[in-house]
Every structure is written in structure tokens, then in C-alpha cells.
Design a protein. Structure first.
Length: 134
């Protein structure tokens, strides 16, 4: 069971989806999961980049190429809602959306409605993902 700050953040995410017009719990869970997955992919890439910079060895386990920078959480999380919506719905890099890229990285993809959901992205950005795995 989650409590404290994490519970409060998750509650805010549910509320943001609800007030944004998405009340189906399965849709909320799906979209929330995709956002967490995208964030986690970027964090893994950042870890690999730091490791490569520290050791002087070439980057291993490349998730995002340099041309795919716009598809990274760290890139789109601070965009305005319209630009963020475009990253998820229009092929912006290499003819791909964020979800097209996810299909290449993992086996999951699906419908995603980020319009008016930038608040959710900002809340997820504040979540301590290490607390989720503890």
C-alpha cells in the first residue's frame, strides 16, 4: 500500500485525468503507465550516458539516438501542452512518435491522450521512482 507523498501524487494524477475527461480507470492506468515507462527509459539512457562519460567507453544499450532527443522525457517534459501533444501524436523524429519509439524498445503501445494532461507529466516527474521499487 502506498502512503504519504507518493499517494498524494498518485491521487493528483487521478484527479488530473478525471478533470481532463478521462474517467475510465483502465485508460488512466494505461496512460499513467506509459508516461512512467517513457520516463524510466530516459533515466536508463541517462545512467548509461553517465557511465560512458565516466569510463570513457562507448555508450552501451542505446535507447535513444542523438536524433531522437525530442522523444526523451527530459526533452518534452517542459514543453507547452501543444508541443507535448505533438510529440505523442505526430511523427516528429525519424518519422516516429514517442509511442512508435516505445514499440521498438518494448512490446507495449497503445492509445495515448496527452492533450490537457501536461499537469500529469509534471506530477510524474516529481515521483521518486526508487520508492516504487522499494
Amino acid at each position: 500500500m502506498i502512503t504519504g507523498e507518493l499517494k498524494s501524487q498518485v491521487d493528483k494524477i487521478w484527479e488530473a485525468f478525471w478533470t481532463g475527461g478521462i474517467s475510465n480507470p483502465l485508460s488512466v492506468i494505461e496512460q499513467f503507465t506509459y508516461l512512467l515507462f517513457v520516463r524510466r527509459l530516459d533515466e536508463r539512457q541517462l545512467l548509461e550516458e553517465n557511465k560512458a562519460n565516466t569510463t570513457g567507453k562507448p555508450l552501451q544499450n542505446i535507447i535513444f539516438t542523438p536524433t531522437q532527443k525530442e522523444l526523451r522525457w527530459s526533452s518534452f517534459k517542459n514543453k507547452d501542452p501543444e508541443s507535448m501533444f505533438d510529440v505523442f501524436t505526430k511523427p516528429v523524429v525519424d518519422g516516429m512518435t514517442v509511442f512508435d519509439h516505445m514499440k521498438q524498445v518494448g512490446d507495449s503501445a497503445g492509445v495515448f491522450d496527452i492533450e490537457k494532461k501536461e499537469k500529469v507529466v509534471k506530477i510524474i516527474d516529481q515521483i521518486n521512482c526508487n520508492a516504487l521499487t522499494a
